[in-house]
Design a protein. Structure first.
Length: 296
């Protein structure tokens, strides 16, 4: 079973996701409802696999980390979910009414253009949140670093974040998807794939995706993004590593995983369990900080 999980589970899940997504599309189902249903079913399936076959037990969910995640879910999880997925729902509805020029193109071509265009802007927003200097860079990092404070990476820790970061993603996603003028079907398929990879990238299960790592961002790539070793950090893409490859921030080693996860200088930050303190970070620019490319 461990061999099946490692080499076959993810490719089959990807194929099944695309198959059911296309089935819902051509069955003329409600796309926002289908999108939400896929998200819930994927989460339940992946969570079950992760609990049974964890890659590293030191990265696995614990009662302490679960309580922390629950606090974030109550405090910001609902807002984050609404903003993160709401942008896709709104873009699907707006696309059906707008019928932009791109909507007349073949569906697969629309999907590629939507994915690469969104990822281009997302890549730079994400990279600037880690690397940009000055007041803007400092502010972006302070709205994003909450997600990097945990020293474990697993499915449910995905909820650890700041509402301001979720809001920035909402604005970016809806603006790009609406401006492109793609069809609701293309945006729906893009949202399904983005949702799948967002979960898989935080999956604490040994998955060897092989060549798929050069097409889609999964657990083997995103673990390096969460590395506490700055030399390993990179991989700013969330759906595809295309722009990481283009701009030289692609990190992939099939035989190696980070030794430690989290920020490079944890002593300069509150812990992820100090939620009130982490929520206050964007509003106190005078407090010492240490971005991934900065000295404390």
């Amino acid at each position: 079973m461990a061999t099946f999980i490692r080499f076959w589970f993810y490719p089959l899940l990807l194929l099944a996701t695309l198959a059911f997504a296309l089935l819902a599309l051509y069955a003329d189902a409600s796309l926002p409802i289908a999108f939400s249903t896929f998200a819930a079913l994927r989460l339940a399936l992946l969570l079950g696999v992760e609990l049974c076959w964890p890659y590293r037990k030191t990265w696995a969910i614990s009662w302490r980390s679960f309580i922390r995640d629950l606090k974030y879910a109550v405090l910001v999880g609902g807002t984050g979910f609404a903003l993160k997925f709401g942008a896709t729902w709104l873009a699907i509805s707006a696309a059906d009414e707008r019928r932009g020029a791109l909507a007349q193109w073949p569906l697969i071509l629309q999907l590629i253009i939507v994915a690469l265009t969104y990822e281009f802007f997302q890549y730079w927003q994400h990279r600037c949140s880690h690397e940009a200097r000055g007041p803007l860079g400092r502010f972006l990092w302070r709205t994003h670093l909450q997600h990097h404070l945990p020293r474990r990476v697993y499915l449910l820790m995905h909820v650890v974040g700041h509402p301001l970061n979720f809001a920035l993603i909402f604005i970016l996603k809806f603006s790009v998807l609406y401006a492109l003028g793609a069809s609701g079907a293309a945006i729906y398929l893009f949202g399904v794939l983005l949702g799948l990879q967002g979960l898989v990238s935080h999956f604490n299960v040994q998955i060897s995706a092989g060549p798929l790592n050069y097409l889609l961002v999964g657990t083997e790539l995103h673990r390096h993004h969460h590395s506490a070793n700055l030399a390993e950090a990179g991989n700013y893409g969330v759906l595809t590593p295309f722009w990481d490859i283009v701009f030289g921030t692609f990190r992939y080693d099939a035989n190696k995983a980070p030794e430690a996860l989290g920020v490079s200088a944890p002593e300069h930050y509150p812990t992820s369990n100090q939620i009130v303190a982490t929520m206050a970070l964007p509003f106190y620019p005078a407090v010492p900080y240490s971005r991934k490319n900065d000295e404390p």
